[in-house]
Design a protein around this ligand. Structure first.
Ligand SMILES: [Zn+2]
Length: 190
């Protein structure tokens, strides 16, 4: 029996399943308005994720005010993370016995598998945010508006100390948010 071949084949199957599930999630998310739909709520429920509560939802909608379509990225992130964790957990039944059996090459393969899993959520979420973003010209108008507004509000409660790397939403200065309210990306990466 070729343990290495079995290992790579089983991990490849899991990875293909992950990509296919992520693709389905993003397709539905793109067709969903920020307020959500029964279909979107059902999809979240199917992986054990609850929709945002009222307060966090309002905060998210305020942060992403320039976005007008697509399920809330912070909810999309939770779903993608849950699916990734599910696949990662299931991969252990494949990798743990095989790892002990086949050594160096297998370990390298398993490591690269997990690296791709870790990167998947961030890269696919960034793609998603880019596809639901308003047109660039409109973005530029908002950016200019924000820049000129900032001059007046820099000292006030509406000022922003930082913007999100992923979606461009601001971090209100009067909060202690560690992650973006709109897409869940950490404001301060290590
Ligand atoms: Zn963001």
């Amino acid at each position: 029996m070729d343990v290495m071949a079995d290992l790579t084949e089983e991990l490849d199957v899991l990875e293909r399943e992950l990509h296919s599930r992520v693709g389905d999630v993003l397709e539905l998310a793109r067709q969903t308005p920020p307020a959500g739909t029964p279909a979107w709520i059902a999809l979240m429920a199917s992986v054990g994720v609850e929709p945002l509560g009222l307060r966090r939802r309002e905060q998210a909608l305020r942060s992403g005010f320039q976005f007008h379509r697509g399920a809330l990225p912070v909810e999309v992130r939770m779903v993608l993370e849950r699916i990734r964790d599910d696949v990662s957990t299931r991969s252990r039944t494949v990798t743990e016995p095989a790892d002990a059996l086949t050594g160096e090459t297998a370990r390298a393969y398993v490591e690269s598998f997990h690296r791709r899993l870790d990167e998947l959520v961030e890269t696919r979420l960034q793609d998603y945010v880019d596809t639901i973003k308003p047109a660039t010209s409109l973005n530029a108008i908002f950016a200019n508006a924000m820049a000129s507004t900032k001059k007046f509000t820099a000292e006030g409660s509406g000022s922003q100390t930082k913007t999100c790397d992923c979606c461009g939403a601001g971090r209100p200065a009067d909060t202690d948010l560690r992650t973006c309210a709109f897409c869940g990306t950490p404001f301060f990466r290590q």
